[in-house]
Design a protein around this ligand. Structure first.
Ligand code: PRP
Length: 215
């Protein structure tokens, strides 16, 4: 790596709902994108801090970019990290934003269930692990969105999904019945980047930790 590359740091952020809170947090430690990320279609943004860029990715891709060192750091939901195995990077900080819960949900007027139920989720690994730990055999069906539709249409008996306000469940006649895990956004860091760009990256981790933990 050249000296110039060693001074460049890229942080991968999750697009969609978590982006606003991530940008607010960065703003509190003095980092601002030079253009409005909410309106631009760009995927990489320079910031007011020389050499520091922000990348906006799908949640499932943040850890991949960090693991491969394309992004030095990332902010990603624990739901997605748990699903992917939480391996291949450091996870130094709970950012305490994007709080929600991983829950099992069912139809509010759920009828009798067969001995072996079907569970729909985009978090198939989390769902399989959860039921395996309970010693309950289920069939897990992979979906990519609109999980709530599965019990309503009869595709599955239950779903494993994130619940924030509970509005989506309610609007579809579902209720949360079992709690699997609390979810917040986590800071993740590429292992090589932390060694090679230690001063800059450790400085950012410390700034974020002070802000998040009120130290
Ligand atoms: C998530 C989740 C629920 C909804 C829960 O979907 O899958 O549908 O949010 O939020 P609520 O409790 O506040 O209603 P998201 O909007 O992230 O979109 P997705 O279906 O693409 O995952």
């Amino acid at each position: 790596m050249s000296d110039n590359q060693l001074n460049n740091v890229t942080i991968a952020l999750t697009k969609g709902r978590p982006l606003t809170q991530a940008l607010e947090l960065l703003s509190k430690i003095g980092i601002e994108p030079v253009e409005d990320m909410a309106v631009s279609r760009k995927l990489v943004f320079e910031t007011n801090r020389s050499g520091l860029s922000l990348m906006v990715l799908r949640s499932v891709d943040v850890a991949t970019y960090v693991e491969h060192g394309i992004a030095d750091m990332g902010m990603a939901g624990r739901d997605v990290l748990l699903e992917q195995g939480e391996e291949g990077y450091y996870q130094p900080l709970d950012l305490k934003i994007g709080a929600c819960d991983l829950m099992v949900a069912a139809l509010a007027d759920e009828g009798p269930l067969p001995a072996r139920i079907k569970v729909a989720s985009k978090f198939v690994n989390i769902a399989k692990r959860y039921y395996a730990e309970k010693g309950v055999q289920v069939d897990v069906i992979k979906l990519y969105g609109a999980m709530e539709l599965a019990p309503v249409t009869g595709l599955a008996h239950r779903i494993v999904d994130i619940v924030e306000t509970g509005n989506t469940l309610k609007a579809n006649g579902l209720v949360a019945i079992e709690h699997i895990a609390k979810v917040t956004s986590r800071l993740i860091v590429n292992k090589t980047s932390l060694k090679m760009k230690h001063v800059v990256i450790q400085g950012l981790i410390d700034d974020l930790a002070r802000e998040v933990n009120g130290e």
